[in-house]
Design a binder for this molecule. Sequence first.
Ligand SMILES: Cc1ncc(COP(=O)(O)O)c(C=O)c1O
Length: 454
Amino acid sequence: MTDSVKYVLDESRLPKRWYNLIADLPSPPPPVLHPGTKQPVGPDDLAPLFPMALILQEVSTEREIDIPEPVREIYRQWRPSPLFRARRLEKTLQTPAKIYYKYEGVSPVGSHKPNTAVAQAFYNREAGVRKISTETGAGQWGSALAFAGALFGIEVKVFMVRVSYDQKPYRRAMMETYGAKCIASPSPETQSGRAILEKNKDHPGSLGIAISEAVEVAATNDDTKYALGSVLNHVLMHQTVLGQEAMAQLEMAGDYPDIIVGCTGGGSNFAGIAFPFIGAQLRGGRKVQVIAIEPAACPSLTRGKYAYDFGDTGHLTPLVKMHTLGSTFTPPPFHAGGLRYHGMAPLVSHCQELGLLTSKAYTQSEVFSAGVQFARAEGIIPAPEANHAVKGAIDEALRCKTEGTQKTILFNLCGHGHFDMQAYTDYFSGRLADQQYDEKELAMALAGLPSVGA
Ligand SMILES: Cc1ncc(COP(=O)(O)O)c(C=O)c1O
């Protein structure tokens, strides 16, 4: 057993419940506010956008929520996902650290995103919904919802951030294969998109803009609901199958993590791997060091302000308290499209404020260098987003080498990069420049934060 490489759980060990960290936190996260009244929103305010079952999960303080059997049945196709011990990477790094990674690239679309897409499509279908609109950055979330929509007979319309739409044409083809419609954002289809295009017809787009377009479609069509692939409490909760499985797999290995690393776009895969361990710690279990890794070109946790802000650029969403770069901030068009979001999940932000996690930012060339080193040792080619977690884990392993400590590191390899090979080609040909965000634009976006009384 001591030289095992892969820890696999039987289908019967698939988690039966999602875990809700809110139940174990010393204080609840600040409420979501109505942008007009600045008062906390109630379930009815969210009803035009989401089915009630998901709204109730969003505000739930229960520690666990049962995963419906039809969702578990679909999960079983790729879950429990494998946990690997990165033995060859450890050798390459000559580190005394033990490195484990949970691999979510085994899902049909190649990432963690179906864990929530399947659940969201299920609850929408239960509520009789036939059409859903959404946004996507790199295309992983759009593909995941397109896949889930196909399973539940729901029409899916995806607004894909323009720069990713151009960088990753096969993601669009994948969404279409599942029967979804994929539109480059900003688009002329919505008022939010047209307003942006009028100012700049070549706008690269951003997740904030694509969210506005998708929300607008749902808000203005009675037969359409909206789905978000990250950020919200219920989305983070759906991803906790990841951490729960990893906990059982590490038990098989006779280990427990000292350090947990994940990449953060909106925060869902990171929360999925880390929250079950943070919860165990809060209930008196072992302390874990939790590190969120984000892109230096879109550094919400490390450079953003912890303040109330809109979740979208067109200001159609409620106000949430989060680490934000300002809702009008457009990140430069770097390759980890799934991490180009101006804000962070309110729950992840709250955990940082509570001192339960720390964050770090890396440039795109350093994360690709780490991703290539990982691929050459472990064989799996990570998604550009996942390369951030790889770099974070490698740095911790090298720190162990310098300090001569044998720590156990767990990171989430949230997706493969098979649709992202252009980014690797650019990296090898020296065309993957480290793009800086515009400091003036950041200052302006932060100056424009909505004012909310103390
Ligand atoms: C592979 C991958 N990882 C990470 C992310 C970022 O999202 P989150 O922070 O919600 O996990 C995305 C988003 O599209 C993604 O495609």
